[in-house]
Design a protein around this ligand. Structure first.
Ligand code: TGC
Ligand code: FAD
Length: 396
């Protein structure tokens, strides 16, 4: 029987031959990350999820050596890759686990990016090279217990003392990498506006208790940050920004990685369902021969391919310097919704086996609940896009 696929589409993974939209260099990077995830992450990550652990030191060192930390930044030990390459890496990492992609997003886009974009030369020299190498870990403190979707209502405050020192007080909540971080970029309200602070986590008055009992992103560390009269020198403030534009611009970077990443998670769920359906025998043959199963598999494949095309388009726009924040919201919202729907439905293709972490699908499904909420919830991105097309802000 002749193949239903065109000459360039190698298999069910790439039905529309989307690889033809990538350069050789991009494919090489993508395949390197894919091999790393297949060899070193997938055999272990189910157990990490079960046990609620993330071996951050080993992982940070390996992916630092691979040049994936802060890879889209220039200089200071960073790889200076294109946005497209960063996105492709995120997709492969998240095909392993959203916790792994989260680690890379937070390190590169939320902790390194503000230091790179708004920090002093001393901040950059001190922190970026070890963070790029995976020798120092960063976190990003914006959300608070009473300030999630509306971060401009934050209460954490920074008061400058007569000698120039800053005194920070407040609590940050749901902070990825919080209790494993060497440095925290903390956003706080100062007299002149919202400021970012570079806080070494071994400083007196700083603590980061781990948040337990999560059933999502279990292979990722999530923490509270408590700032109890943390005294910082005058030069701990990021000099380059003094408004909500600071933290919100970092979110553009991380949301961009997510809109690629979740396609990797969806692809992993689709492929797990396809493989399972081809192997699982019921009524005397594989369940993949049933029309209803084929419809589900085709729906998954279609959704993943559409998500891939969307991510590549937005990646190219970003590399041309033409990607706006509302377009990032389009990608984050649409691809996350797509991934969570694929994961939920793929889980059911695996029947009872689908409820165990022997298979990756329910792990991805649970992880994607966090991804749906963090970096701007589905509703917040809907309203950002609503404002872009109507001109009316629903936040006012
Ligand atoms: P608004 O009054 O609209 O703007 C305030 C200032 O910010 C500027 N701005 C942006 N700049 C760059 N990029 C963007 N996307 C920007 N959006 C706004 C704006 O121009 C203005 O600048 P200036 O210089 O005039 O002062 O802001 P608002 O307070 O009304 O907020 C709007 C809203 C709701 C969209 C924003 O607050 C929002 O995005 N909320 C969602 C919060 C969120 O996403 N939090 C994420 C926390 S970090 C996280 O979840 C990490 S998960 C990590 C992992 O991957 O593991
Ligand atoms: P809320 O803002 O209270 O929202 C609750 C519900 O109300 C949501 O459905 C929301 O969409 C809806 N809602 C709110 N406002 C509106 C509106 N105007 N219109 C319609 N509906 C609305 N934060 C950090 O700063 N750094 C991190 O590293 C970080 N890591 C995270 C890791 C994990 C695993 C998780 C789960 C969260 C993390 N966050 C982090 C926090 C995350 O960004 C927030 O959870 C998110 O912004 C939503 O805030 P919230 O949970 O307080 O929900």
């Amino acid at each position: 029987m002749s193949t239903p696929l065109g000459p360039k589409a190698e298999n069910a993974r790439d039905f529309l031959a989307t690889d033809s939209l990538l350069s050789e260099e991009e494919i090489m990077l993508r395949d390197t990350v894919r091999r790393y995830v297949d060899k070193e992450i997938l055999p272990e990550v189910g157990a990490w999820f079960d046990e609620g652990v993330f071996p951050h030191k080993e992982v940070a060192k390996t992916i630092g050596d691979m040049g994936l930390l802060g890879m889209h930044l220039e200089g200071y030990g960073c790889a200076g890759s294109s946005a497209m390459m960063y996105g492709l890496a995120c997709a492969e990492l998240e095909a392993g686990d959203s916790g792994l992609r989260s680690f890379v997003s937070v390190q590169g886009s939320l902790a390194m990016f503000p230091i790179w974009a708004y920090g002093s030369e001393e901040h950059k020299q001190e922190w970026l090279p070890p963070m790029a190498a995976g020798d120092a870990i960063g976190c990003f403190g914006l959300t608070e217990p009473d300030s999630g979707s509306d971060p401009s209502s934050m209460r954490t405050n920074a008061k400058q003392q007569p000698n120039g020192d800053w005194l920070l007080n407040g609590t940050k909540m749901w902070i990825t990498n919080g209790s494993i971080a060497d440095v925290a970029v903390v956003w706080a309200r100062a007299d002149e506006g919202i400021r970012g602070f570079v806080v070494p986590t071994n400083i007196e008055g700083f603590s980061a208790p781990k948040i337990e009992r999560k059933v999502s992103l279990r292979a990722s560390v999530t923490s509270e940050l408590i700032l109890d009269n943390v005294r910082l020198p005058a030069d701990a403030v990021l000099p380059g920004v003094a408004s909500m534009r600071g933290p919100l611009s970092c979110l553009n970077e991380a949301r961009f990685g997510i809109l690629f990443g979740v396609v990797g998670a969806a692809r992993a769920c689709y492929e797990a369902a396809l493989n399972y359906a081809n192997e699982r025998i019921q009524f005397g043959g594989p369940i993949s021969r049933f029309q209803l199963t084929q419809q589900r598999l085709v729906d998954f494949m279609t959704a993943v391919q559409q998500g891939t095309l969307l991510s590549y388009h937005l990646g190219r726009l970003k590399d041309q310097g033409e990607l706006g924040p509302a377009q990032v919201s389009f990608g984050k919202r649409q691809n996350t919704r797509m991934a969570i729907e694929v994961a939920r439905e793929a889980r059911s293709v695996l029947g009872a086996n689908g409820i165990t972490t022997e298979y990756p699908v329910i792990r991805h499904m649970n992880n994607l609940e966090s991804v749906y909420t963090y970096e701007g919830t589905n509703e917040i991105h809907t309203l950002i896009m609503g404002q872009a097309i109507t001109g009316h802000s629903a936040f006012a």
